[in-house]
Structures are given as structure tokens and as C-alpha cells.
Design a binder for this molecule. Structure first.
Ligand SMILES: [Mn+2]
Length: 436
């Protein structure tokens, strides 16, 4: 009896403490609501007194692609709203508002088509932590007042197209510019919650690489490899790819934006695989180059080693204070000084820097080429390093890419669990096991 009572009280205590834990730290998409509030507060601080930020959500549910909220709207609200508009005012504004979210009321028919969307109601206030949510129809009147005190209007791309007329009507003198420079300053430093999501994205992407390499053998189509990677992404909780997969075999590896993925892999090909899973609106971006038959030729291997050495050199040089442009120049010099040579399209022998034709790095986050404020590296930034060599005359394209978190003293390779040494790469390829 006593025991049963104790268990009852213990159960009640556990239940209530669980409930309290959830109630204390509510999240949306893995990010605490308090963090969304901090982001909005920070944007307010960055705005000058005559500026105002207007950030529109996606406007229509797409028919051909899965819905994905615009990254800046998502970053500031956490809401998958349609036709929403977030207005952010500077700290010293004469208006009493600081942040106002305008949302449309949903019709009965729309609810049947799209399911329930965020509306101006108590539920959305509670879910988002945004207190001032109004009817979308009130935006026009609000702007005609607000743009008097704030004629410099910073917009995201969706607001520029959807609300340009409304803004000019509210204030014909309004100067419209992009909000992306400010958003880049906010988004470039990742919080612990964001880094946790990016680790999940990396984990799913590594699983995709492993599944794809396992499936790789001469005769397989590039799109079959795509399916293998996608299956592994989904099994690791990824909703979608962060960008179209590049699965480029043989000569396709020298087409940098190739993503048709329809060729049949031939024996002796190198297969360049550039894929990234998105997890809760954050994406990874990892590239490996695999020998289709499970074994590099001597020439493929020496070029592969040159790219890998360039990557290792860059990650040693990467630390707070250096810019991505400086890091890029270091790798160009590394390739220029490398003893290997290759022939260009005219048969002329060239140093390796001639075959490294793209940027070494980019910022990574909600978008694969994430907004970049062009600042020196600082702790909390996440970026890629991806040297590559593309030699059409030899039908060889090689790229190796990992994702890095900047620490106080250097970088942490987030994707280090995925092999990249040439022997380990050979062992990953399915064909190599079937051969033995
Ligand atoms: Mn990349």
C-alpha cells in the first residue's frame, strides 16, 4: 500500500518535472524560442534609426517541389507560414512596436488543401513566442505609418517582389535595399543549438556517402547511386537534400554543375560525389571521389593525393583571423608549387593551379552557400574546404570536401568520420568487395 502510494507520487513528480522541462525550454525546429527572440533583437540592434526590415515568407505552396520556408523568414520566426510578413523596427524607433508578424487567415478550403497553417491567433503566439501577430490585411495601413519614420527599407528577395508596390505606395520616397548583408552578420555565427543540427546533417550525409559507395560498381547508373544516398539520408531523419546531388562519373566530373545524374558508370571511372543532407533546415555539404572499380589507377591516385594534401594544408592554415579569400590563395600557391603537371585542352603542360577553377570555401548553414558577411574566420562559423582538380584531357575530375567549425584556436572537421585517405576510399567501394 505504502509502496503503491510512493510509486504514485514518484510518477506524478516525474510527469510534472518532464512537463516543466518542456515548458521551460520550448523549441521550434530544434532551436529554443528564446534564441529566435535573440535573433530578432539582434536584427533590431543592427538597424539604423531610419531603417526598417521587411521579411516575407514563401507565398504559395509549390506543386513540383516540397515546401521549404525561405531561410531568413525561418531564421527569425521558425514558422512555415504562407504569405506571412515579418516587420522589424530599430531599437530607437518612435513607433511603439518592435517586431510585428502579419499572417493571413486561412480559409476552410485552404485548410483542406494545405492543412493548418500558422494564423494570427493565440496558438501561433504560443508556438512562436512572437507576441504581436496581426491580420495580413492590416499590413498596408501599418506600413503607411511606419515608413514615414523609416524610409530606408531593407527587404529579403521575396518581399522585394511581393511587396515592392505596397512599399512604394506607402512611401514613394522609400529607398529599398537588401537585408541580406545584415542577415549574413547574424547567421554566420552558429549557436550551440545550430551546431547540434549541423552535426545531424553531417551524420546523415556521411550515411549517404557510405550507402552510395557500397552500391558503386561499373554498370550502375548515377541515378541509382542518388537513390541509395537519398534512402540513407531519410533513415537518418533528413527531410530533403540541401542542394541537388552531384553524382558525376568519368567525363561528367569535369562539368562542375553537373546534376543530371543519368550516365552509366564505366569500369575505370572516377565518380565525383557532392551531396549534403538537410536536417531541420540546416545542411551539410560533403564531397568524395571514388574509383568505380574499387581501385585507383596510379595516375588517378597521384592526382587524388595532391588534392588531399591541399585539403590537409588548408585545414592546418584555417584559424580565427584568416579570410576565406586568403585561404583560397594559399591553396592556389600550393597547387602552383606542386611537382605534378597535366596537359590542358591544347596539349600544353601546365602546373596544377591551372586545373583548380573554383572557390576553395564557402559558408555553410541554412543554405549550402550560406550568407557570407566577408569577415575573417571567427569561432562559431561553419564553412567548407573543397580543393579540386579538373582535367578534361584525361577525363579526370577530383574534389574532396569537408565541413568545418571554427574554434578558438583552429578548426574542427565536422565530417572527419567519413574516410578520405585513398586506401580507405578504395575499401568503401562496393565493387572492391565483390572483386575479392
Ligand atoms: Mn561546397
Amino acid at each position: 500500500m505504502q509502496n503503491a502510494a510512493l510509486r504514485w507520487w514518484l510518477g506524478l513528480w516525474l510527469l510534472s518535472s518532464c512537463w516543466l522541462a518542456v515548458a521551460e525550454a520550448p523549441t521550434l525546429w530544434g532551436i529554443p524560442l528564446s534564441e529566435y527572440a535573440q535573433r530578432r533583437a539582434k536584427l533590431r540592434q543592427l538597424l539604423e534609426s531610419d531603417q526598417i526590415a521587411i521579411i516575407a515568407s514563401e507565398s504559395t505552396p509549390p506543386t513540383r517541389l516540397k515546401f521549404r520556408q525561405e531561410s531568413n523568414f525561418m531564421y527569425l520566426t521558425g514558422l512555415e507560414a504562407i504569405n506571412g510578413v515579418l516587420v522589424v523596427l530599430p531599437e530607437g524607433s518612435p513607433l511603439s512596436e518592435d517586431v510585428v508578424l502579419f499572417l493571413p487567415r486561412q480559409s476552410r478550403v485552404s485548410r483542406l488543401f494545405e492543412g493548418a497553417l500558422p494564423e494570427p491567433n493565440a496558438r501561433t503566439r504560443r508556438e512562436s513566442g512572437i507576441e504581436d501577430i496581426r491580420e495580413r490585411g492590416e499590413l498596408r495601413e501599418f506600413l503607411s505609418e511606419a515608413l514615414k519614420a523609416h524610409p530606408r527599407v531593407l527587404v529579403n528577395r521575396l518581399a522585394r517582389t511581393a511587396l515592392g508596390d505596397l512599399i512604394r505606395e506607402a512611401n514613394p520616397e522609400a529607398q529599398i535595399a537588401s537585408v541580406e548583408r545584415l542577415m549574413a552578420r547574424l547567421r554566420v555565427i552558429k549557436s550551440p543549438a545550430e551546431i547540434a543540427l549541423m552535426r545531424k546533417a553531417v551524420e546523415a550525409s556521411i550515411a549517404g556517402h557510405r550507402a552510395l559507395a557500397q552500391r558503386l560498381a561499373p554498370g550502375v547508373h548515377e541515378y541509382e547511386l542518388e537513390g541509395a544516398a537519398q534512402d540513407a539520408f531519410r533513415r537518418h531523419g533528413s527531410e530533403r537534400e540541401g542542394y541537388p546531388m552531384i553524382i558525376a562519373s568519368g567525363p561528367n566530373a569535369c562539368i562542375l554543375h553537373y546534376n543530371a545524374n543519368k550516365r552509366r558508370v564505366q569500369a575505370g571511372d572516377l565518380v565525383l560525389v557532392d551531396i549534403g543532407a538537410e536536417y531541420s533546415y540546416y545542411t551539410a555539404d560533403i564531397t568524395r571521389t571514388y574509383p568505380a572499380s574499387g581501385k585507383f589507377t596510379p595516375r588517378q591516385r597521384e592526382l587524388y593525393q595532391a588534392v588531399l594534401d591541399a585539403l590537409k594544408y588548408a585545414e592546418k592554415e584555417a584559424k580565427p583571423g584568416i579570410t576565406l579569400a586568403q585561404l583560397h590563395q594559399k591553396v592556389v600557391a600550393f597547387f602552383r608549387n606542386h611537382p605534378l603537371r597535366a596537359r590542358d585542352e591544347n596539349g600544353e603542360l601546365k602546373t596544377l593551379d591551372h586545373f583548380f577553377v573554383h572557390a576553395l570555401s564557402h559558408m555553410l548553414g541554412m543554405d549550402v552557400h550560406d550568407l557570407d558577411p566577408n569577415l575573417p574566420l571567427a569561432p562559431g562559423m561553419v564553412f567548407t574546404i573543397e580543393p579540386g582538380l579538373y582535367i578534361p584531357a584525361e577525363g579526370i575530375g577530383i574534389r574532396i570536401e569537408d565541413d568545418y567549425l571554427v574554434t578558438e584556436t583552429g578548426v574542427e572537421n565536422l565530417s572527419r568520420a567519413l574516410p578520405r585517405e585513398p586506401d580507405a576510399i578504395e575499401r568503401m567501394v562496393g565493387a572492391s568487395k565483390r572483386r575479392r
